[in-house]
Every structure is written in C-alpha cells, then in structure tokens.
Write a protein that binds this ligand. Structure first.
Ligand code: ADP
Ligand code: MG
Length: 286
C-alpha cells in the first residue's frame, strides 16, 4: 500500500499548480542531484520579437518574408509566432510542396520547384548553403534563410528571461542541485542567458539527440537527473530522465504526455518547490 504522506505530497504539489503523475517521482525529486533544463520556453518566456530583417540586396525582402511566413505556418515553434506577428497573415496563394520540420533546426519546403530553407546555421550547413557570415558575431537568435540553394539573409529575434528564472537557479544551488542548461539555440545566445542566470554549465547548438546524450552522460556517472523542457523535441530527453518535467502552458502535447511532472503555469520556480515537497513528504513517510 502507498503511505498516506505521498497523497499529501501530491495534493500539496497540485495546490501549487504542479501535476505529479506518481508518488515515486516525488521520492526521486527529494534527492535529485541534477536539474537539466531547456532554454527557450523553459527559462526564457518563449515569446520572440523580430528585431532585424537582413535580406541580401539581390532578393526582394517582401517576397522572401511572405514565403518564410507561409512556411512557418507549418510549425508550432515560438519562432513561428514571432514571424506571423511581424509579417501578418500568411499568404494562401503561395503553395508549398514537400514541407518538412526538422526538429531543433528549422523547416524546409519547395515553392515552384525551388527549395526554401528557414532555420539555424546548422540547417544551412546540412544543405551545403554557402555564406560568409560568422553566426557567433550576431548576439541574437538568428533565423537564416536560403532560397534556390542560395543564402538569402537572416532575421534576428529576441526572447526574454522569465521573471523567476534567476531565483530558481539560486534555490536549486542552495538545495545542492547542479543546474545545467541545454539549447538548440546558438552558443553565444545560450552563454549570455546562462551568465545572467548564474548557470556555469550551459551548452548551445544542441540537436535533440545531443540533449539525450548529455543526460545519458550524467546518468552514466551514477547521478540522478530531472529534465525540464517545453518543446516537442524535448520529449525523448524527458522520457529518458529520472524525472521528466514539462511546462504545461507553453509545452507541446508530446512533452506534456511524456512528462512525469507538469508545471501548469510555466514557472521554473515550481521546480525547487516540487523538490521541497518531495523532501517534506519523505519526512512524513519515514
Ligand atoms: P531550444 O532548445 O532553445 O528550445 P529548439 O531546439 O526548439 O530550441 O530550436 C533550436 C533552433 O532551431 C532555434 O534556435 C532555431 O534557430 C531553429 N528552429 C527551430 N524551429 C524553427 C522554426 N520553426 N523556424 C526557424 N527556426 C527554427
Ligand atoms: Mg524549448
């Protein structure tokens, strides 16, 4: 039988907007050694605003933005929302063929026989798109664009740190938990955010499988790990972690379904709250 204290713990969590899908997760959280977190949508608001559009002179900016906007309507990523907000309603006359979302990298499609790529510089490299830009000189999240196998330019977008992110890291550290941040965003942006939050272990330019490997590495050391994320490409790493945590508001369905714990109001400060509830529940049970 399950000791009564656990129900108290799950109830206390629920009153704090934290959904826990089994008492064993509270128990694991009580002694968790690592909290690994995604950046976008987890520690930052995941609400991007377009800052700058930089399209090479040989292309028509308006046409490029229209095509990018239509392609982004195939994505639920917060980046897509920012593009729609900037460009307006996607033009339904632009027809796409063979559209594909490449998790953690961007999107690809074909328009009138010409390919269109919209995503990060990894995506550009993957398709052999030549350019003479050093992505790390741009301090914002950058959406690179290629059309007809040629580099067209880029759009910079910016997000902001959630109000309680810094406090969350302080609390985790005071509980003796090691924080690590992993992101598919550019290293320069990731390092900037990590520094603002006081996280010394941060890695950018990570593909979904790189996130998985990082968590595997920690587990191989014999340490326990909770992962918190929001995106559909976080589902594999949420599944692999000792405790998988998803942001419930912004989070994708895949992340929420796979998660052991769901934070309904998207506040990272609920992570240390859950750990504390886990610790208190243990005191009652034993
Ligand atoms: P994070 O790990 O920070 O949550 P993601 O793994 O979701 O970030 O995405 C990593 C990167 O892939 C983004 O910073 C962006 O450059 C690119 N990307 C992902 N989805 C899209 C999209 N819909 N449009 C353009 N770029 C995208
Ligand atoms: Mg994310």
């Amino acid at each position: 039988s399950i000791p009564l204290g656990y129900f108290g713990g799950i109830g206390a969590a629920s009153r704090n907007g934290i959904l826990i899908k089994g008492s064993n997760f509270l128990d694991t959280l009580a002694n968790i050694q690592n909290v690994v977190m995604d950046k976008t949508g987890t520690m930052t608001r995941g609400v991007f605003k377009v800052r700058e559009v930089n399209i090479n002179a040989e292309f028509e900016e308006r046409e490029i933005l229209q095509m990018v906007n239509v392609l982004e309507s195939h994505s639920t990523h917060p980046i897509a929302t920012a593009i729609h907000e900037y460009v307006g309603k996607p033009n339904s006359e632009i027809k796409l063929e063979n559209t594909e979302e490449i998790p953690g990298q961007g999107l690809k499609t074909t328009i009138g026989g010409k390919n269109l790529l919209v995503g990060n510089f990894k995506l550009m490299a993957k398709f052999g798109i030549q350019h003479d830009l050093n992505p790390n000189t741009i301090v914002y999240t950058t959406i690179a664009i290629a059309y007809d196998n040629k580099f067209v330019g880029y759009i910079t977008i910016a997000d902001s740190v959630k109000a309680d992110s810094r406090l969350t890291i302080d609390k985790l550290k005071s509980l003796g938990v090691k924080p690590t941040m992993l992101s598919g965003d550019k290293s320069t942006v990731v390092e900037h955010v990590a520094e603002a939050l006081g996280i010394s272990n941060a890695f950018g330019d990570m593909l979904p499988e790189d996130k998985v490997n990082k968590v595997k590495e920690i587990k191989t050391r014999g340490e326990s790990v909770a992962f918190v994320g929001d995106g559909m490409n976080d589902a594999p790493v949420i599944a692999l972690s000792d405790v998988g945590i998803a942001m419930g508001g912004l989070g994708s369905n895949a992340a929420i379904e796979t998660a052991d714990v769901v934070i309904q109001d998207d506040k990272p400060s609920k992570i240390p709250v859950a750990i504390n509830i886990g610790k208190q529940t243990r005191k009652i049970v034993w």
